[in-house]
Design a protein around this ligand. Structure first.
Ligand code: NAP
Length: 323
């Protein structure tokens, strides 16, 4: 198989693109002929050795793929050779063959393309747990989604609309605000304009739920436009800053500040993941949600794709395709 290999902690440009032996699935594993691969921001940190977990080297990065089942281990019950599947592989995705486990592999709806399947699970599962499970967004409430053109942003906007909420989205450029609007946001605001929070409070009546993958100043200002009994979900820190929150701000309006770490659900709460994926696939089939694809790149262009994602150039999902 062809794959990108991390031999030492390095910059993506120093990965080795090489021919390797095909992996053989163990008894509990599935071998997938990958057709498309999703790029995620943490891939960069893993390659650099800066992620919270540091895999044993050499390794192939890449957390999610879609493709066709090529081989199955003897304990695999739910899948057969030839099935169209998407999978969270955690590692091993930047290759034309990848190994997954049954618990993190999903049959794709017929109408879902491989590119959509490869860009689905990390962002939609995370956003589902943020919006539905952590924030308990209700129909008729107002949801504020920051970085509304990013992977988490686009999926959270769509989930908010699927649940019947009014959605306000922020982003850093006109092009990205347009993407957020196309995803269904009712109101869009550039968060580089320092008055965005005041505007939301005064002109749009504040918000009930905030999904924040940005952190820093964006989180602090969100407190100023969150209504009585509002819920703010901490999803990430793309700004590079972890906000310090004055706890009196939470008390004054009965606001809940809650964290989200989707990996813990994916590793330890598979029954809840299964329910989330059923709902998400149902919404996809009904046309309520659909991954926004920035661009598809050839597998050999993985470094360019990853750099586009981490330099703020991309929107939605960047996808590698096996030609
Ligand atoms: N907690 C969890 O369980 C969980 C799950 C999945 C992902 N995450 C995290 O959530 C964050 C977002 O993921 P994603 O997939 O949405 O990423 P993404 O597609 O790369 O989008 C990130 C967005 O952040 C905004 N941003 C603001 N300041 C930035 C800066 N200084 N540098 C780069 N981008 C900046 C950019 O939008 P503008 O250009 O419009 O500002 C960009 O579109 C990441 O940190 C990821 O690791 C957390």
């Amino acid at each position: 198989m062809k794959a990108f290999v991390v031999e030492k902690w390095c910059e993506p440009e120093e990965m080795v693109f090489t021919e390797m032996e095909d992996p053989n699935p163990g008894d509990d594993e599935i071998l997938i002929d990958t057709k498309a691969i999703g790029i995620n921001f943490p891939d960069l940190l893993l390659i650099q050795g800066k992620y919270q977990t540091r895999p044993k080297r050499p390794f192939v990065p890449g957390a999610e793929v879609a493709g066709v089942v090529a081989k199955i281990g003897k304990n695999i019950k739910k899948f057969k050779i030839g099935d169209r599947v998407s999978a969270i592989t955690w590692l091993g995705g930047y290759a034309d063959k990848a190994i997954s486990t049954e618990k993190h592999t999903y049959l794709m709806p017929d109408s879902m393309s491989f590119e959509e399947g490869a860009g689905f699970h990390v962002i939609y599962q995370s956003s589902y747990f943020g919006v539905v499970e952590r924030a308990k967004l209700q129909a008729g409430e107002t949801l504020l989604v920051h970085a509304g053109a990013g992977g988490i942003g686009t999926s959270s906007i769509q989930i908010g609309k699927a649940l019947g909420a009014r959605v306000i989205a922020t982003a850093g450029s006109d092009e990205k605000l347009e993407i957020a609007k196309k995803c269904g946001a009712d109101i869009v605001l550039n968060y580089n304009d320092a008055t965005w929070s005041k505007k939301i409070r005064k002109e749009y009546g504040g918000v009930d739920v905030v999904i924040d993958p940005v952190g820093g100043d964006v989180l602090q200002k969100s407190l100023l436009c969150t209504n009585f009994e509002g819920r703010i979900v901490v999803v990430g820190f793309t700004s590079g800053k972890i906000a310090e929150v004055a706890s009196n701000m939470l008390l004054l309006n009965n606001i809940s500040l809650v964290g989200l770490f989707w990996n813990l659900y994916a590793q330890n709460h598979l029954d809840r993941i299964e329910k989330a994926v059923d709902t998400l696939h149902g919404w996809f089939v009904e046309g309520k949600i659909r991954p926004v694809l920035f661009k598809t790149y050839d597998l050999s262009e993985a470094v360019t794709a990853l750099r586009d994602v981490t330099s703020r150039k991309s929107y939605g999902k960047a996808i590698l395709k096996i030609s």
